[in-house]
Design a protein around this ligand. Structure first.
Ligand code: TRP
Length: 456
């Protein structure tokens, strides 16, 4: 064990921030944040989201990283080391990323399909009826599954070839490029005629739209977007040298991540207003608005291809981080070879994606009852992963740190035995012991529908 710990490679500070940002900035920011904002009342959702990032998000990011840095183990081993009873929290870190990857691959496939269409000169056709174009595509049986497979294969090749390091190097260039291009799209979008109404929707909180459902959606999205609640940050933290100021990294990463999400919103909502796209359109939102924005730019096709390529890159860095969770468990605990484990995870994930994708068309009649109403397979898997299991993992992490491992030990890990100051100690202590677990629990009751039954 000791041996194994010492043999762990280690990250430089910048390397860690890039890897963690690569994992966290993905389709969650660019695709999901805008459509959730649209569905949940606009500005008020953004406000609740940012408050949760600064409180629960920051706390959980620091907590997970500290556990990883201290134990230098994979999530399952890490939680087992802190408390045998709570080893199951680490186990969630294998199951949940797997669940997420099954539908993440589908969205990755959509991005690929749009890139292919831009290249084939279909931008003009697309913008004629963006909603119809998207709807016809996702509800068809074959095409979305084909593109999902292509996305899976790309990820497989990257993980298999062990070029993750190369990807990290590329992310030094491509991540900033994504930000630059986002800003260009934002500038185009906010200068569209009629943009003001969209900005108002996005920025001006309408408190009459604030419900428990808004808060619950925001919490799930914070966990999803920051890659929290399933050990991804435990895994990254385990590669950190002891002398890393993780209070700082846990501040920088959520700021970058929220920055990307906020920019995506600035690109989308003015365009919704300008081209009368329904803000509540759901998963199709960015696929409807962005092509229309690009179409209104000189050289639009080129912008569209480059932008969607960068979205694809962000999606790949997140997807590979998700796949890595079950793969590294199969290697460490089941003694599998990396190649076998990767093939197995990719194949099973792809097979699961088939009914999920079909549930957006052919199989839409097949639904699962939940306290929150019946859901198709695609929505149901996302709901279980993001709204039920991830917050539960966050809740138990707070309990483990606050009451089992103990704040003193946690502080030692954060400050590296006093080397760094712990400026937010009082805040984080109260968050971890009381506020975060209680808040997460209440919001979780809402997510699974029990709240609604009690307070009818
Ligand atoms: N955060 C990523 C996104 O926003 C998704 C993701 C990647 C993730 N790795 C994760 C979510 C690990 C939870 C845990 O797209």
């Amino acid at each position: 064990m000791e041996q194994q710990q010492n043999n762990r490679g280690s990250f430089s500070n910048l390397g860690f921030i890039l890897a963690a940002a690569g994992s966290s900035i993905g389709l969650g920011n660019l695709w999901k944040f805008p459509y959730l904002t649209g569905q949940n009342g606009g500005g008020v959702f953004v406000l609740v989201y940012l408050i949760i990032v600064a409180t629960i998000g920051f706390t959980c990011m620091l907590g997970e990283t500290a556990i990883g840095k201290y134990t230098k183990l994979n999530p399952l081993g890490a939680y087992r080391k802190l408390s045998k009873k709570f080893a199951f929290v680490g186990a969630l870190g294998i199951i949940v990323p797997f669940l997420i990857v099954t539908y993440y691959n589908i969205i990755g496939g959509w991005v690929l399909k749009y890139i292919a269409d831009f290249i084939m000169g279909k931008l003009g056709v697309m913008v004629g009826d963006p909603a119809g174009y998207f709807g016809a595509f996702v509800s068809s049986a074959f095409s979305p599954i084909f593109w999902t497979l292509v996305f899976v294969l790309i990820n497989f090749i990257i993980i298999q070839a062990g070029v993750s390091e190369g990807i990290e190097k590329m992310s030094k260039i491509l991540m900033p490029a994504l930000f630059v291009l986002l800003i260009i799209v934002v500038i185009r979008s906010v200068t569209l005629p009629g943009a003001a109404a969209g900005l108002e929707f996005y920025l001006k909180p309408d408190f009459s739209k604030l419900t428990m459902a808004t808060v619950s959606a925001a919490l799930g999205q914070v966990f999803f977007s920051l890659s929290l609640g399933m050990g991804a940050m435990v895994a990254y933290g385990s590669y950190l040298p002891d002398a890393t100021n993780i209070e700082k990294t846990s501040t920088i990463i959520p700021i970058m991540d929220s920055g990307a999400a906020l920019l995506a919103g600035f690109a989308i909502f003015p365009a919704c207003a300008a081209f009368s796209v329904d803000v509540g359109a759901g998963p199709s939102l960015i696929f409807q608005t962005l092509p229309t924005v690009f179409n209104s730019m000189p050289g639009g096709v080129i912008w569209a291809i480059v932008f969607f390529f960068l979205v694809l890159f962000a999606a790949i860095t997140s997807a590979t981080s998700l796949i890595e969770c079950p793969v590294s468990w199969l290697i460490d605990s089941k003694g599998m070879k990396r190649r076998t484990a990767t093939i197995l995870v990719c194949i099973v994930a792809f097979l699961c994606a088939i009914p999920e994708s079909l549930s957006l068309g052919e199989l839409s009649g097949l639904t699962f009852p939940t306290f929150n109403g019946a859901m198709g397979i695609f929505d149901f898997v996302g709901y279980i992963a993001e709204n039920v299991l991830m917050p539960a993992a966050g809740f138990f992490m707070c309990i483990v740190i606050g009451y089992v491992w103990g704040i003193d030990n946690f502080e030692k890990a954060v400050t590296n035995n006093g080397q760094f100051p712990f400026r937010t100690k009082a805040f984080v202590t109260i968050m971890i012991k009381y506020v975060a677990p209680i808040a997460i629990f209440i919001i979780w009751l809402q997510s699974i529908g029990i709240w609604g039954l009690i307070f009818k």
